[in-house]
Design a protein around this ligand. Sequence first.
Ligand SMILES: *Cc1c(COP(=O)(O)O)cnc(C)c1O
Length: 442
Amino acid sequence: MSQTAELINKYQRVFPEIIDIAAAKEVFWQNPQLKSVDESLKTVDFTQHDVQDAADRLNRFASYIASAFPETVTSEGIIESELVDAPATLTKLENYYDEVLSGRLMLKLDCNLPIAGSIKARGGIYEVLKYAETLAITNGLITISDDYKSFDSEEFRAFFSDYSIVVGSTGNLGLSIGIMGASLGLKATVHMSADARQWKKDLLRSKGVNVIEYESDYSHAVEQGRLESSQDPNSHFVDDESSRDLFLGYAVAAKRMQKQLIEQGITVDAEHPLYIYLPCGVGGGPGGICFGMKLVFGDHVHCYFVEPTHAPAIIIGMGTGLNEDISAQDLGLDGLTSADGLAVSRPSGLVCKAMSGLLDGVFTIDDNELYKLLALVYDAEGIRIEPSSAAGVAGIARVMAAQGGLSNNATHIIWVTGGSMVPTEEWQEYYNVGNGNTNNSY
Ligand SMILES: *Cc1c(COP(=O)(O)O)cnc(C)c1O
């Protein structure tokens, strides 16, 4: 028997979806290990205290961020996105799926996050700042009660020029680490997988970031980055596959969103459930956000991840229980997707473990759908998103199909994870593909 057939044979009883996953068909998987949040948190290696610590650190850096990135002055150096009502998108989705979709639909616009234009502006930037803070404190440059505006100075940049930050990325993580690292004066190196778009590499090089390109996939780029960094004691490797800091940087989003929901008069309780749809690559971004949301809203929030049919990662790690010991390639899949931000074949073990009793489910989506949903969101809202971030748009209809209905009182939030930095011409091509005017050549 082939390795793939063996895997399917071994796991199809506990995880029947594995058959369709291996055939690159769309599936919907409800997590059979889901427990109450209280019960789950007993076994999760992260706490409320950890998230608060991360939130406090981001607050300390706000004066630096406002000083170094003028586009954040209005938000006083806090990198946050809007939460907007999306009735026009709901109507278009009803037409698209030819179904009545009840509840309230909202979009969380991480596509417009300042500095990096994607969800990576949360975790990625947080990890760079934490590294910089640790160096600055250890070397007596600053204490936590000082004004961190001094990080935006020649003195600090000269100090940081002896240190480097390294990451492996399909694109967006590289952007956030590279831009923030270069701004602090750190030497920044980004190991880019073959999926990475040219404009992301060009942008980073224009900021003085060292971009190393590979013909192979994300796992290889991460491997090379880890290796390079391990040979230099003055180098920090941002490990997308197992970083606690990335996870916590993402988790900070939840408390802030609670405030946004309150401001908009939205109740979340047993009668008014909240559903969140999160595009998923290696799992850190959606995992951190799901964890934060569960801390804030307990059992009243339901989180679903979305992965490309050709690059499923968390769904196979969690579904089989093998965590990081299974990859899309083990199931005979090619790992290729136009959703460059989700082009990950092996999940983060740290995230699989943390999500074990917390995550409600995962579904997969075909690449062609991504372009159509990208066009739909533009037609409804005038917002430009990238293919990866269109994955969550299918969430409300997919959950309804799986559960045979939806509560009228539910609020559904599509986490729109990236897009504002995509060059107009490139975005126009995505849109044309979505409207059937061009073939998908990505
Ligand atoms: C990275 C990324 C994701 C997923 O985050 P992971 O931490 O890789 O799971 C989703 N959308 C976009 C646009 C991304 O860049």
